[in-house]
Every structure is written in structure tokens, then in C-alpha cells.
Ligand binder design. Sequence first.
Ligand code: C2O
Ligand code: CU
Length: 489
Amino acid sequence: RTRWAAAGVAVLVAVVGNFVLSSAATAQAVVPFSVPLRIPPVLQGSQVTIQMRQADVQIMPTGPPTRMWTYNGIFPGPTIRRPSGQTSRITFRNDLPANFGQATIHHHGSHSRPSEDGQPDDFLIPRGRQRTYVYEHMERGEPEWAVTQWYHDHRMDVTGRNVWNGLAGLFILDDAFDSALPLPKGEFDIPLVIADRTFDANNQIPYNFSIVGTLGDTWLVNGRPQPYFHVGDRKYRVRILNAANRRPLVLGLSNGAPITQIGTDAGLLPAPVQRTSIIVQPAERVEVVLDFAGLLGQNLLLMDTNTPATPGNPPKELMQFRVSRDLRETSSVPASLRPVPVFPAPSKDRSFVLRATTDAAGVPTQWTINGQPFQSGRIDADPVLNSTERWNFFNDSPQPHAIHLHDVDWRLVRRFQLAFDAGGNPVPGAELPIQPAEAGLKETFLIPPQTGFSVLTTFTDHVGPYMFHCHMLEHEDMAMMATFNVRAA
Ligand code: C2O
Ligand code: CU
């Protein structure tokens, strides 16, 4: 067994693993901040139908539209916004072209029965057919749980292709607790779905699979490159999703001011956290409050401070806020937000080692969990209903990963550097700090190379099979996925 030497570089460098694409610079140049930000339409009904269809979407400011696979003809898809604790029936109709195949829609972050979870190879929607997913929106049996989730295609082996082509949208849950907080609301509560794509000279986005992960050369914010958005001189709640296949975001502001983070993948943090730089891996969400007070007449840029502005990489400027409206402040950020649920002590530990198989040149050929590629039907962990377990992940591969666990939310209890026992098995080494922004519940976790983490959860409410996998979509499609089956006590 070959083990990659731990890179003697700063964690951030390891996390972001910069790549320079060699693709010819054929795309049309984008004039920065020449298109307005779009806010996806919001669907609020308890029964809605979404049509999956091919559509020509005007993404670029100039030139032809981009042919995409969409939910309701737009990218990102409509935002589904529902009260938590109330049942939603969302019907998806597959009217996509034949080369798309069958659909499965994963409501990412939801605590749903296995049949409603959008599994990669089960309960599929053939072309010309529809299926109604029933979501109870009961997180851990709690009817009250506000959270910013999303939905996307999850088809076996081709999730990367399908999401790249446009199949992603936000799914927001509200509750009375969150709504009673004095946080910005209504038009001052905006979503940003951020994803990179590579455009050809005709503004098309042919999907080029890469086992390391497919990268784009243009950031899109709500489906547009470098949009501008008029804001007032007050606070805004901003719900950010990194919907990229592989590329991480490292968010910052052009004036270097700290950003107030209030939430994660799984709802509000216990308390707001001030951060000048926020890493958001694929599928992670952060909820932040941006305060434009005192900036009337000025522009503020939301930046990806990671990506080097070199050929083949997207520019660092994600979007521009134009502070053009003189408004009265009506909101504030409370000093404490929402207590984190406490899990009982774990009754079992499980360990998962993340590696790659490689060819003679050391190039990855497949991604594995505990030495195995994903196999449909094989149970890789079998927690008992209502039991609490601690799962330990060890990244013994040269790439960062973004581990996403379906069904339940988890609390991060430990981060560590990898060490190795006499048999060459990874074990927890030196402790690494847990960031205050990781104090809330989450379901998608960054794991830099040669590090590990431990998470805790209780498997409530539902029995049956669920997935856990890397959310770098080409890693997932190349087998870095496994099944846990919650069994009855
Ligand atoms: Cu968003 Cu199993 O994924
Ligand atoms: Cu991965």
C-alpha cells in the first residue's frame, strides 16, 4: 500500500487544491457586474409540481442562451419554501431528453423515509413519468426546525453530469422560532446559489468528466456570471449554497470586513460567529448576515478569496452589491441564536478510511471508503433505530473530500491530524481545532487530506437504507459512497 506523504503546506492550500485547467480560452469575456442578480421564484404550496425539462437559459450577458437540464426551465431551479413540521407533496415530472435517462431527486439535508430520499438506484422516475415525493419536514422528530436545504439529481454514476447540466435548487424550511428572531426578513432575506461552469464559444457547458473533480472557469451566482444587486444600507440575511461539483469557495468581502455567520447546513448556530474568510465546500451551506450600514453610495464585492486569478480559473469577484437605497434598519442579530441539541453518549464507534486506488503514475482510478467502491445493496453500517453512534472519518488520500451523510444531522466532536499504527492503519493523531462555526449541527463536512474528524448522531424515526458519500460529485460517481441501514431495535 502506498501512502501519500502528508503535504507540508498550510491547511487552506490543502483544502482548496488549486487546479489550472488547460482548456482553451474560447468562452466570451464577461463584463463584470453587467447583469442583475436573479432571485429564483419561490414555490410555497403544500402540493407543487416541478417539470424537469431541457431549456435554453440566458446565463451569459451576451450571446446565445445555454442549453441546460432544468427544474421548471430555469437555473437554479425554483426555491421550495415550506413551514417545517407540515407535509409537502412535491411532484417531479421527467420530461428530459432520452440521453438523460431516469431521474431521482434527493432533498439534501432532509430527514425523510428512504423511499422519499432520492436514492441513486431506487424509486426512479422514467422519462415521461412523474413521482410525488412526500416530505414531513420533521427533523429528528422535531416539528420546529428552520434550515436551508436543497434538492438535486442523485442518479447513480451520473450525478456530476446531471447537476452540472442544471438540476439543483434550494429547499428552505421556516419555523416559528426562527421567524420570531429579529433577523432580516422578506426582501432582505436572499439566497445565493454559487456554482462554477466552463463555457464554450457558443455559451454551452459541455460536461468534461475528471476523476479528481470537474471544475469550471466561470463562477455563476444564481445562474449568472458576476451579477450586481441593489441593496439598502442595512442588514441582509444571505443563504449561500456551494452547488459546484468540485470547487470550494472561500468567501470574503472586498473591504475585508468580517462576515457574521448565523447558520450552517443544518440550521442556526448557537451564536453568531464573525469570520473574515469562510470556506464552503460543495454542498455545504452557510447563512450569513451582511451589513451594508454606512456604505450608501458604495459598492461591496463578495469575493472567492481562494481562487487564483490565473487562466482557467474563475475571477475572484463573485458579485457586486450596490448600496443604493437609503433604508431604515429593522433587524438585528441576537447574541444567541438556537441551542444545539445534545446527543446521548455514543454506544458504538465506526471508522471509515477514505482512499483512492491509483494507476502506475499515481493518478486516481477510483475512490474508496474502507477499501471498497460503492456497491448497491451492500450494507456498510447498520445502526439501530434511536441509538447514538460516533463515526470517525480518516482521509488518507491526496485530495480534500466533502463527506455528506443522509437522513440525520450530526455534531462535529473532533478534528485531528492522521497518525498511523504499526499495521499502517490511520488513527487519530494531533488534535486540530474545531471552529466556532462548526458548533452547530451539520451534514456535510470538509475533510482535508491527511486529517480526520468524528461526528455524533442519534438515528431517529426512520429505518432503512441511506447513503453517505463524498459530495465532490465526480468522487461520488467514482464510487466514494456507502450505505448505512438503520435497523429496528
Ligand atoms: Cu446532496 Cu447524497 O447528496
Ligand atoms: Cu471526495
